[in-house]
Design a protein around this ligand. Structure first.
Ligand code: PXG
Length: 303
């Protein structure tokens, strides 16, 4: 199945320029301190963004989510939206990229060994733009088999999953369990047993001609790809709505698909060994995927 080739592995080119705190530096020079609280405590926020044919997909929405994530953890971003937008485009240009995966990270910065974020005077920001390898093509054609993992999604009262923070251990535990069960992605339930999302993707089902996804309040990230599905639904004349979902809803769904900046839109044909619908990528999923692929080439910020 090629578990190591799943999305998440990036191919590093030899001469990569990284934006780091005011300068573009070679990747070999792009280093952060061992006292950075992003490293010591996962204290920071990030975005994973895509560049398609020279257009950055929904950059403004990504930067808005970054601002909200930062606000939620009382982290003052070192740049305005406009400045971050320009720096993101410039990172792509510096690397001569037209198609890329962009990782924008803001950490709490250097402090002492205590937790106290107020003792970290200067946040650190870096931007990496690199190539991405997606899920193998066969999974877009034939659909993914995914599992439900025992690790529950973190409770929003403990740490809201709407904050895209550097604390990804909950998702990483889910990802490890997915792999142990031979799957590339996994559904995570919240502590009430409702479906929250996958480890790095949002989840949708199609039932009786409607597209349904859990609300963010059930423990999901408000995915940028997820939000584009609502626009695609309007284009296709298909209702897209949020609802509480259990595994029962997936068992009885006609179709299922996942969305994420890395995965884009990917069909799911099996959950925990059970076939979903016909066991093949469904017609609405295929229309959504086709529409998404059209949109990424025309929507977006020209770098
Ligand atoms: N849920 C979680 C927990 C995520 O981390 C999504 C949903 C989808 O959101 P977007 O905005 O991308 O549609 C994500 C996104 C990686 C990687 O390197 C992870 C994400 C995106 C890109 C790369 O594992 N997660």
């Amino acid at each position: 199945m090629g578990l190591d080739k799943g999305f998440g592995s990036t191919q590093f080119s030899s001469e990569m320029k990284i934006y780091l705190d005011g300068k573009f530096v070679d990747d070999s020079e792009a280093k952060v301190s061992v006292f950075d609280h992003g490293l010591l405590y996962g204290d920071g926020v990030f975005e994973g963004i895509r560049l398609y044919g020279g257009n950055i997909f929904r950059l403004d929405e990504h930067l808005e989510r970054l601002e909200y994530s930062a606000k939620a953890i009382l982290l003052k971003l070192p740049h305005t939206r406009q400045e971050m937008s320009e720096l993101t485009c410039e990172t792509c240009r510096q690397n001569g990229l037209t198609d890329a995966y962009i990782r924008l990270v803001v950490t709490r910065g250097v402090g002492d060994l205590g937790l106290a974020p107020w003792l970290c005077p200067k946040p650190s920001m870096f931007i990496i733009a690199s190539k991405i390898s997606l899920y193998p093509k066969e999974h877009y054609d034939n659909g993914l088999s995914i599992v439900t993992v025992p690790t529950r999604r973190i409770n929003p009262a403990a740490l809201p999953p709407t904050v895209k923070s550097l604390n990804y251990l909950n998702n990483i535990l889910g990802k490890i369990e997915a792999r142990q069960f031979g799957a590339l992605e996994a559904i995570m339930l919240n502590d009430q047993g409702y479906i929250a999302e996958c480890t790095a993707d949002n989840v949708f089902i199609v039932h009786k001609g409607e597209i349904v996804t859990p609300a963010a309040s059930q423990g999901a990230l408000k995915g940028i790809t997820r939000s584009s599905i609502f626009d695609i639904g309007r284009e296709l004349g298909v209702v897209v709505r949020e609802a509480d979902m259990t595994r029962y809803d997936v068992w009885c769904a006609d179709e299922c698909f996942l969305t994420g900046s890395g995965a884009e839109v990917i069909p799911v044909v099996k959950l925990d060994g059970r076939e979903i619908g016909t066991g093949q990528p469904g017609p609405i999923t295929q229309q959504v995927l086709a529409s998404f692929r059209r949109r990424v080439l025309v929507e977006g910020t020209r770098i």
